[in-house]
Design a protein around this ligand. Sequence first.
Ligand code: PMP
Length: 401
Amino acid sequence: MTSFTPAARVARIKPSPSVAAAARAKELRAAGADLVDMTVGEPDFDTPDAVKEVGIAAIRDGDTKYTPVNGTPALRKAIRARMLDRAGVSYGDDQISVGGGAKQVIFLALMASVDDEAEVIIPAPYWVSYPDMVLANEGLPVIVECPESAGFKLTPEALESAITTKTRWLILNAPSNPTGAAYSEAELAALAAVLDRHPHVWILTDEIYDEIWFEAGRVPSIVKVAPHLADRTFVVNGVSKSYAMTGWRIGYGVGPAPLVGAINKLQSQMSSCPASMSQAAAAAAMAGDQSFIAETVAVYKQRRDIAVAAINKIDGLSCATPSGAFYLYPNCAGVIGKTTPEGTRIENDLDFVLYLLDRGVAAIHGAAYGLSPHFRISTATSTDLVEEACRRIAAAVAALH
Ligand code: PMP
């Protein structure tokens, strides 16, 4: 039998740890385990009915064919309107790319721009996919640890010292997965001042969680704070999180026409376009009634408050309060070195989440996000389950000695 050898780009990367953890939790539950799954990275809400109806009508009306590579006119119009409203920037049709989720758009942006070990600065903790996407595209991830004492945020000094002549991109993600942290306008202005001195560095700002925001006003964005960087800033967003549309697979990116042209050239050879009916539904979600967002954000905020308070009551754990998104990234330094009732010593955050799994809670270890000792729990599950998970975590930690 002929054996299969994957290409070097595949050998360099690993499968997404959050997808793997969520799959493992699902498997255990299917096998009958009493498990509260806190790994999920998608809203527990259903796609709004009005949006579903638009998708169904699109199918019925024959809107079932290839679309332009850069999306249907309706979707582009919705993206343009949203960017004008949020960032005050007017993007042309040649500055818009659409893809099968923000994930595909980010991958294509890197594929279009990174090769020959170009460096990509990734502040840690990071969304698990960034380093592997960079590696898959022949780039070099440059991980900059942003400790909890710095609010899990990149400082201008840390940025300055990470930049080299080979730096291609800085990736920003706010509100962040996994911490929910976001930069203030002043912090973004300070980062922009560093970037002013290094005109070869481009900025990829992943704003997929921007609607899930618990503070006053809107989450600050570097496009708005530093419009003079627009000619090297690529903004990524999508409908997955804001409108509970993860399975529809629509994301988008806006930025300089030469970059977007390169992305769209790749897209034309990769998938031609995302699904036409999904584009119709996404356009309707973005252009239609926005009350779904306020309703769901109020629920996420309530769950955040419950979980942060509950975790901060546990001796050995502490949890910073996220400003947005639907994750918590508690610090578990206080349990490292302790021993489980079964006699296993907890050496690191992976040992801790494996112990939690035995105690009926599925979470993801901080090492997967590049900053230990932490673990990530998602509050995109029912409020009752959030409470139950916190009770189980408290009991598990209390049983350590
Ligand atoms: N960016 C971040 C930070 C995410 O957490 C996710 C989803 N987990 C994505 C991008 C991709 O979202 P999608 O492909 O569903 O649009």
